[in-house]
Design a binder for this molecule. Structure first.
Ligand SMILES: Cc1cc2nc3c(=O)[nH]c(=O)nc-3n(C[C@H](O)[C@H](O)[C@H](O)COP(=O)(O)OP(=O)(O)OC[C@H]3O[C@@H](n4cnc5c(N)ncnc54)[C@H](O)[C@@H]3O)c2cc1C
Length: 352
């Protein structure tokens, strides 16, 4: 019997997990990833609920647990850094929290021997036929596959090609921010510090490397997302938002300018009437991003990947598999999006 050929766009959490399950169930899987190699970033991700079952099914739960950030809690401080309260570890770290690069590295390691990974490339066109999809790439030769899955995150290229422009489905939650690592000038040890003042929040924590801390500087904004703008514009927006702020904010702004691991992201959600179009479907942030303020994106990506794989394996055809996947997951994704909106509002985001 010929194997079903699946092309996954995106080697993040959902893409790698889906690749693992589909390969296990007899599909022929290729993953195309825009980045030249595995992506790293300063932030940590957590796992909740059924995501633990998915990690166990992937055979990586113990290894993931070994990277637990072991956060002890977060200290709330006022504008000049005086302690104003405490948050328990679960507030940010869920039931288990690990640095995102460790998760991505582990998922890549378990799939890499069986899956064709193509880095530094991206899909440019998708042409659907009744029995296949013809895919063209920025670099690689065109190819025909049976199914294309967009696991390429908030600004999914697959979604843009098969469902429409970003503006139609992205909902900005009124909060943006930058992340980077800096010297651990607060002397944090498995702890975080959170300061929310005048619509701008500083969050810093230190876990694995005691010499460094991960910093996030976020601000309420009703301007369109700056995610895809040059770093200079993004830094400018951060500096604007933190003008006049004291405590260690000036030092953090200097550290931001010098950081080589700077990233910028907005709290945004993806809302679509349907998660599939013909032979193309979406999984994870690409299809139903709940925003970082939900704290559910990683769990949702893992659970979505397993659900999609199970239905593709069980159903006789892709159309009923995609429908069953969406019927199963949509209530969960919508509940997470509600949490994401509430989280953004609690941070003082400018909602419409
Ligand atoms: C600052 C921040 C903090 C967060 N904190 C948490 C948290 O505490 N807990 C939590 O659960 N979640 C958190 N999240 C969310 C979480 O990281 C995502 O929800 C999760 O990674 C989604 O997985 P994914 O596989 O759908 O997308 P991603 O992990 O984003 O992977 C998408 C992949 O697609 C690739 N890609 C993009 N475009 C293309 C293209 N054109 N062609 C090919 N590949 C492409 C990307 O390079 C990337 O590798 C946070 C996110 C951010 C930004």
């Amino acid at each position: 019997m010929t194997q079903t050929k699946v092309l996954i766009s995106g080697a993040g959490v959902a893409g790698a997990a889906l690749a693992h399950f589909l390969h296990r169930d007899g599909f022929d899987v290729t993953v195309v990833e825009r980045a030249p190699g595995l992506r790293g970033s300063g932030y940590a991700v957590d796992f909740r609920g059924d995501a633990f079952d998915v990690l166990a099914e992937l055979g990586v739960l113990d290894e993931i647990r070994a990277h637990d950030t072991k956060m002890l809690g977060t200290t709330l401080v006022d504008a000049d850094g005086t302690e104003a309260g405490q948050l328990p570890a679960e507030a940010f770290a869920g039931e288990l929290e690990v640095p995102k690069p460790e998760l991505t590295r582990i998922l890549h390691r378990i799939t890499e021997p069986h899956i064709r990974y193509v880095f530094d490339d991206s899909i440019t066109t998708l042409t659907q036929h009744p029995d296949r999809v013809t895919v063209e790439f920025e670099r690689g030769a065109p190819r025909d596959v049976d199914l294309v899955i967009g696991a390429d995150g908030l600004f999914s290229k697959v979604r843009r090609l098969a469902f429409g422009p970003h503006e139609q489905c992205l909902r900005h939650l009124g909060m943006s921010g930058a992340g980077f690592t800096a010297d651990n000038i607060l002397g944090l040890t498995h702890r975080g510090v959170l300061r929310t003042t005048d619509g701008a929040a500083v969050y810093a924590f230190s876990a694995a490397d005691p010499a460094r801390m991960s910093v996030s500087l976020s601000f309420a904004t009703d301007a369109p997302t700056l995610d895809r703008r040059p770093r200079s514009e993004q830094e400018h927006a951060i500096r604007d938002a933190f003008t006049g702020h004291k405590w260690i904010v000036p030092q953090l702004l200097d550290a931001m300018a010098a950081a080589d691991d700077f990233y910028f992201s907005s709290s945004a959600q993806v809302h679509l009437d349907t998660w599939s179009n013909g032979r193309v479907a979406l999984v994870g942030d690409a299809g139903y991003c709940a925003a970082p303020t939900a704290g559910m994106g990683t769990s949702q990506a893992l659970i979505g990947a397993r659900s999609l794989a199970r239905h593709l394996t069980a159903a006789g055809d892709h159309a009923s598999a995609f429908a069953a996947y969406e019927a199963e997951l949509r209530p969960y994704a919508e509940a997470n999006q509600q949490t994401g909106r509430e989280g953004a509002a609690a941070f003082g985001a400018r909602t419409e």
